[in-house]
Structures are given as structure tokens and as C-alpha cells.
Write a protein that binds this ligand. Sequence first.
Ligand code: ME8
Length: 519
Amino acid sequence: MAEPYYITTAIHYPNGKPHIGHAYETIAADVMARFQRARGRNVRFQTGTDEHGLKMAQKARDLGITPRQLCDEMSGHFRNLFDLLDISYDNFIRTTEDSHHAASQAIWRAMEANDDLYLDRYEGWYSIRDEAYYDESELTDGEEGVKLSPQGTPVEWTVEESWFFRLSKYQEPLLALYRDNPEFVRPASRLNEVVRFVEGGLRDLSVSRTSFDWGVKVPGADDHVMYVWVDALTNYLTGLGYPEKTTDFETFWPADLHLIGKDIVRFHAVYWPAFLMSANLPLPKQVFGHGFLLNRGQKESKSLGNVTDPVELAEKFGVDPLRYFLLREIAFGQDGSYSPEAIVTRTNAELANSFGNLAQRSLSMIFKNLDGIVSVPSEVAGEDVELLSAVDAGISGLTEKFEQLAFSDGLDAWMKAVFACNQYVDEMAPWALRKTDPDRMAAVLMTLFRCVRNLAIAVRPVVPGSIDRLLDQMGVAADQRDFTLLEDISWLERLVSSGFRVEKPTGVFPRLEMPEEAA
Ligand code: ME8
């Protein structure tokens, strides 16, 4: 049985339409999910929407609709965006589902049974936008006497009756977790922040609210709803059928990777493992906090008028160019910037002019000069062997880096192999061999055919739609596109004996026009 791999994104707040940051995170998770599937793992990939909490209730009130109406409409936008972006999720979870209420109440009871929940009064600085209380020492002064959280959001002094979770009890177990598993939080810089925060001392956490009712009811205390983060984090269990001991739960829990943004690392690396320890459940293997995406170096905001709709970007430049750009341009883990010009420049240089051109000219020459007939060369020259091993090295580089979520470095290794192929075409000049040495020409073109097939399979997790169109034209069957088949050298023999012929090829990575405002 294939080794399981469970990957999740954060669940997104549907208090507005999805923004480019949501697209970025979910594309990265999708690439990882597709990559692990192609490597032979039994993958479960979950994303979804986080629909409770004061923020949602307030937004619905502002719009004059019910929270439920707001969730139904906005969650649909997220799902449509992810479908448009070719996100291969296995489960799209909505926290308003009954099964999620049941799961959240089950983990609550498990924490209660462990004597980790008690009723008390809470006073403190609360940020509605972050749905979090902050310590006085973490605040800064904003304009007009308003105090601001470390995220820059306004906080208000709030007093309420609340259930508390004994987070303080978990300080030592958490520090031991980070010590024993230094890869529990990545990148390493974020682990350091988490360790410093926990070493600074943990206070018990207020985990229920009475000031509004849009949430999961606390079992046995109907006037309380759970603090939205308790229910939100539980989504990772709900999607596997918890609290039932389902096959999915047994197979996929604990998660291999929670892929989230840097602003919510504390919730995933401190609160979540503490809740799980309390409920006596195994801990996820890794939390990765990616960086933020900036629009020409600036945070997007309504007041700056620079909010980009990811649907428009995908429609304008294409889904695959957008996916490729986001992973290639930005070192994963760090913040990064995007602009229409940068998307066009990167797409044209690497997808259109380098790989696209390589595939297109290789297939065109096979079609024109060999009548589309593929063959297994009887003799291979030193240059052919060298090229094939350069391609192998590029693919191994991509594989190693993708395992580490270093997507940009992985694509860099892949790109080097593409360059080697283009250089080989120029040096071998197969068009000139047509008259002088047709056997050698066929050997060169077949070497290219093999290289293009392997490079296509390697980059397929990133640009799946385009690569599938290319591999269709190369006769590589839909179930023959996995990394596990890269070593299989008999595929070409099988293709030859099937009588397959290359038809006049259609390019799959067209050049993009530079947007006018940038030209
Ligand atoms: O935080 N660039 O939801 P959310 C990159 N519901 N990533 C970004 C980003 C940007 N500009 N802006 C946001 C929540 N993100 C909670 C999560 S999980 C149990 C609950 C990322 O809709 C952000 O870091 O505000 C988070 O990982 C995800 O988008 C959803 O953010």
C-alpha cells in the first residue's frame, strides 16, 4: 500500500472574495500534492473555508444578510477559484457543516476530560480582525489613542465570561516538541520566533465567547460559542471523519504538512499541538509558514486601490503561467512581489521561449523530417548520453528541492536542464543532418523526444494542464505521467510498437503580450 501523505492549506475566511494570497497558498499546496502523488504517495489534500467568528457575523450584519447567506455565497467564490486554478483538492471543507460542529464538540469534550478547560472571567485587549487577545506588551500606539496588535489591527479592552484552556500546562511539552523535532516548524526562522514566544511563558487561553452566537456551541454551555480558532484548527480532523475512527482517519492522521501563511504560525505551532496533546491525539509532522505576496512590493488593500482579483489574473495570463510564476519567482518561505510585467517576462523567457520552444521544435522536426515516426535509436553518441544525464540531474535537483518545498530552486535545476537541451539542438543542428546523415538526425531527435518527455513529467505538478496537452501529443498515456515512471526505458519501445506517430504539433506555452500600461 502506498505511503500516505496528508497536506492541508489554511481554511480561508470567506468574509470577502478570495485574494491573490489565497491563490498563492493553495497553488503551492496543490503543487506539493500533485508532486507527492506523482512520486507514488497516497495523497489526501484538503482546503476549504473558515466560516465562523465575529468577523463573519459583523460582515454579514454590514451587508444586511445572514452569516449563513454570506458564507454560502463567498465560499462558492473560493471553490470556483480553486477549480479554475486546477487545484486537485480531495476535500473542500466548510466549517458550517454539521460534521464539523460534531468534530469540534468532540475535541472540546476530550480536552475537558483531560481537565484542561475551566470557566472564568476574561479581560484583555482583543482584536476583532485577528480574533485574538494580545498582551499589553505586544501592543503599539496607533492614531487617535487606538492601540494596535502586532499585526497592525486595532484592539479593544474586552471583558467577558469565558472558558479557558490550560495552555500554561503545555509550555514544557511544547518546548520539548520543538527541541526533539526541529523541523516541526519551517522555515527555521519561524521556529525561532515560536520558541521565543513559548519560552516567554504561556497564559491560559480564552476559548469561548458569549458576546455573539455565530459559532460552534460549547457542549453543555449553550450560551457560549467556541473561540473560532478552536473550531477552525479542528477542520484538519473533521475532514478525515473524526471523531469516528474511520479508515481515512486511521490512514491520514497525523497530517504530514499544514501549509499556512506566516501570520498564523502561532496558532498552528503553539495552540494546535497543545489542543491535540490535551485531546490525546498524535501531532502533525510539520507546519510550514510561507511568506506574503505583495503587489509591486506593497500589501494589497482597498484604500490603496491595488486589490487584484486572482480570477482576472488567471484569465488574462493563463492558469499555468500564473502557477509557474508564483512558485518560480518567489523563494518559498519569504515574502515576494508580483506584477503583470514580471508574470509576462518570466512566462516568455522560461515557459514560451525555453521549454515551449524546445518541445515545439523537437516535435515539429519529428513530424516534418521523420514523418512523425518515432524509433529507438540503434546507436547513441556521447553527446546524447551526456544530455540525458544532464536532464536526469535537473530532474533529481527538482525532486530534492520540491521535497523541501524549495520550489524556486527546484525549477531552477529543471531550467538548467532545459537550457542544456536547447544548446544541444543548436550544436547538433539536426536540420543540417537531414541530407548528410539521416540516421544521426533520427537519433538526435529521439534523444530530444526522450528529454522533453522527462522534463514534461517533472514540471507537470506545476503546470498540469499545459503538460497534459503536450504529453497527449507525444503519445504518453494519461496513466503514464508519474515520476515513478521516469526510469522506465521501455516506454519508447512500447510507443514505437504501438505505431504511434507525431502529428503537426500545437504549442502549449504561447508567448504573452506585455500589458499596455507597462510597455
Ligand atoms: O487566517 N500572501 O484565514 P485568511 C500570502 N481562517 N498568503 C496570504 C496573504 C498574502 N498576501 N494573505 C493571507 C485565516 N494569506 C484563518 C485560518 S486555519 C485553521 C484558519 C494566507 O483567509 C494566510 O496566511 O485570513 C493564511 O494562511 C491563508 O492565506 C488564509 O488567510
